[in-house]
Write a protein that binds this ligand. Structure first.
Ligand SMILES: NC(=O)c1ccc[n+]([C@@H]2O[C@H](COP(=O)([O-])OP(=O)(O)OC[C@H]3O[C@@H](n4cnc5c(N)ncnc54)[C@H](OP(=O)(O)O)[C@@H]3O)[C@@H](O)[C@H]2O)c1
Length: 204
């Protein structure tokens, strides 16, 4: 599968690219707003790189891995370049306060908003993966939602390649729960100095 990682110079996109490159089963392209930065990261990882808008066109899955508060603006800027290529949204809104990390929104989800912006089918998942655990090949369960679409199938495939147990958790609106869980995990990480992930019990 050809995977284009928008924002692939960041902590999470880079972790995905590094692990996929090590596994050697997918074509990986890392993107950036700055082509030199993309090429520098790509060179370090031994993959391809380029400007975000130039890498999404011929991918089979676009992973939207820019900083969360740039997700919607980036989706709008890239909508035409992405066209109908399936998108995986990994973003969560969170708010850092003195009392701890809080969910960043009261309703809806970033993934549902992305789905309203782009023409392509959108899946949401990987919010419970820690970049460090992706690199180690043990990211935990991958809870992935989306309507019946290529996007979800490809996201589930990608999760399994990364060593996760890939679990379909229903329609895209369930991204509200996946994104909401991020603040829970970040509080756990702070409290226990950990890189926590999620594992469901009771599955066959
Ligand atoms: N970090 C994790 O462990 C983790 C785990 C699961 C999910 N996620 C999700 O993955 C996404 C990326 O997280 P991250 O920690 O990798 O973030 P990050 O390192 O802060 O940023 C990722 C990339 O976003 C791009 N970016 C920054 N500002 C931008 C803007 N205004 N417009 C467009 N692009 C911009 C930058 O790329 P260029 O400057 O090169 O364009 C940057 O390298 C987030 O949505 C996060 O919620 C992260």
């Amino acid at each position: 599968m050809k995977v284009a990682i928008v924002g692939g110079t960041g902590a999470f996109g880079r972790a995905l690219a590094q692990r996929l490159a090590e596994l050697g089963v997918d074509d990986v392209i890392v993107g950036s707003r700055d082509p030199d930065r993309a090429r520098a990261t790509a060179g370090e990882l031994g993959v391809e790189g380029g400007r975000n808008q130039d890498i999404v066109g011929d991918a089979e899955l676009v992973v939207l891995a820019v900083r969360s508060n740039a997700t919607l603006e980036t989706a709008a800027n890239l909508a035409d370049a992405i066209g109908n290529t399936p998108v995986l949204c990994v973003a969560s809104d969170v708010r850092f306060t003195d009392a701890g990390v809080l969910p960043g929104r009261h309703q809806g989800s970033l993934a549902e908003e992305v789905a309203r912006i782009v023409r392509a089918p959108v899946a949401s998942g990987f919010q419970s993966f820690a970049a460090a655990n992706v690199i180690d090949g043990d990211p935990g369960d991958a809870l992935i939602c989306g309507e019946d679409s290529d996007a979800k199938t490809r996201a589930l495939e990608l999760a399994e390649r990364l060593g996760a147990r890939a679990i379909d958790v229903g329609p895209l609106a369930n991204s509200r729960a996946l994104e909401g869980m991020t603040s829970v995990i970040l509080n756990v990480n702070r409290r226990y100095k950990a890189h926590a992930g999620i594992r469901l019990t009771g599955l066959p």
